[in-house]
Design a protein around this ligand. Structure first.
Ligand code: PMP
Length: 458
């Protein structure tokens, strides 16, 4: 929509206050401050309605505009596909549908792609596939439970929320679904077992086996993890973690699902986050970076073995995968994703993410000498800074203090984030996930703004 057609700021602000219900927002704040209205994006930068320009180190607020703003090639691909064939249901093939499935298979090593609209939905499909797969394979055995990790986030729909290990995200929505069970997180800085790597023997991964024995091995269908936890505090597990987890999964015939919704498409310096580890997932879910969020799209990738269980004779009572998502057939979304992946490959953005990410992490690590910086963590262009009020006890800094740091960084023209009241002790992590096109000068700008804010805010 061209800016000339927009109403003026006063009118938009009035309508915003009267009608908009913002995501993840307590509207009480608008008793004290004006809502921000974003109007333009180009490269790594966004502009608000007052003309303030920000270096967006959050890639659209939720780590998803991987190729940066203003990509005409993606817009053109969407436009051309809309003219050619705007839509046809996912029950029938279209060229971009076939081509994207093929591309994702070559990138992941998993041959089958099932499309939907959001990360939550991609995870729902994975859970449904896992459950039906085992109901079909072992009729009457009730192998249906899903294991998730404390601190991991998998979405907002009921099953995805039931698999999310962040208590505050569930508060008020109970009862949750039955059949979702939790294991500890993999964050060494706050080790659940008060141990130290490597003498810990990766007990956080081995906790899966303890849980399996408690639940009885037959009960568990799948384990879902974010390769590098995002919203739970930017947590890259140690090198052997996923190998241990996968060995246990194999021993008990449990499917391993990697939620690559945030990690995927270059964010961590590899095309997919799990590729940093020696692990072969049975399913991979993806969204956000698949089309750099220019258009909604998600996918659930599955192994041939899983897929084959759903190719059935008509006499098979449990049948095939009887699932459909209207917009999982959006041809323009497939076209956008294909163009987006082409850009990532042609511009070597995964390599840039690895290179700039290493530089960013190195510069941020210097901040660990400051009294309020507990730990800097990350991989690729995905970084977190744990802010503490006491370095020895690791007492998390107050939410208000961390919010004031974020506000000060913003005053300096840089947008970073903080965890958003999911787990109280996690509101103390500053987060960064800039577009993968970022250069060294822009990384320096982010680090300088954070250093200045840490030194200024009391
Ligand atoms: N998985 C992860 C790891 C996420 O971070 C998110 C969203 N931030 C989701 C799933 C859910 O995605 P969506 O908001 O598209 O439903």
């Amino acid at each position: 929509m061209p800016q000339d057609n927009w109403l003026n700021k006063a009118e938009l602000t009035k309508m915003h206050k009267e009608h908009l219900w913002l995501h993840l927002t307590n509207h009480k704040i608008f008793e004290q401050q004006e809502p921000q209205i974003m109007v333009k994006g180009k490269g790594c930068y966004v502009k608000d309605i007052d003309g303030n320009e920000y270096l967006d180190a959050l890639s659209g607020g939720v780590w998803c505009v991987n190729v940066g703003y203003g990509r005409e090639k993606i817009a053109k691909a969407v436009y051309e596909q809309l003219i050619e064939l705007a839509y046809y249901a996912g029950t029938a093939a279209t060229p971009p549908y076939i081509m994207l499935a093929t591309k994702l298979a070559s990138l992941t090593g998993l041959p089958k792609a099932f499309f939907s609209n959001s990360g939550s939905e991609a995870n729902e499909k994975a859970f449904k596939m896992a459950r039906q797969y085992f109901h079909k394979k072992y009729p009457g055995k009730n192998k249906y439970k899903i294991v998730y990790r404390y601190r991991d986030y998998h979405g907002t729909t009921f099953a995805a929320m039931s698999a999310t290990g962040q208590p505050e995200r569930r508060l008020g929505y109970e009862p949750l679904l039955e059949g979702f069970v939790e294991i500890p997180h993999a964050l060494c800085y706050r080790c659940h077992f008060n141990k130290t790597y490597p003498s810990c023997d990766i007990d956080c991964a081995r906790a899966l086996e303890d849980l399996i024995k408690k639940e009885t091995p037959e009960a568990i269908a799948a384990v879902i993890v974010e390769p590098i936890t995002a919203g739970g505090g930017i947590i890259p597990p140690v090198a052997e973690y996923y190998q241990v987890l996968q060995e246990i999964c194999k021993k008990y015939e449990i499917l391993l699902i990697m939620d690559e919704v945030v990690n995927g498409f270059g964010r961590t310096g590899k095309m997919f986050g799990h590729q940093h580890y020696n692990v072969e997932p049975d399913m991979i879910t993806m969204a956000k970076g698949i089309a750099s969020s220019y258009i909604p799209l998600s996918a659930t990738m599955a192994s041939q073995e899983i897929f084959d269980e759903f190719v059935v004779d008509l006499s098979d009572k449990l049948g095939y995968f009887r699932d459909i998502s209207t917009y999982g057939g959006c041809t323009a979304a497939f076209a956008a994703a294909l163009e987006n992946i082409k850009i990532i490959e042609e511009e070597n953005l995964v390599e840039n993410s690895a290179k700039m990410g290493e530089y960013l992490l190195g510069e941020l690590k210097e901040l660990e000498s400051l009294p309020m910086v507990g730990e800097v963590r990350g991989k690729g262009l995905f970084a977190g800074i744990e802010i503490v009020s006491d370095k020895k006890t690791k007492e998390p800094a107050s939410e208000d203090y961390v919010a004031r740091i974020v506000a000060e960084v913003k005053k300096q023209g840089v947008l970073i984030g903080k965890m958003n009241r999911s787990i109280p002790s996690l509101n103390n992590v500053l987060t960064m996930a800039p577009p993968l096109i970022i250069n060294k000068d822009e990384v320096n700008r982010i680090v300088t703004a954070i250093r200045n804010a840490l030194e200024k805010v009391k």
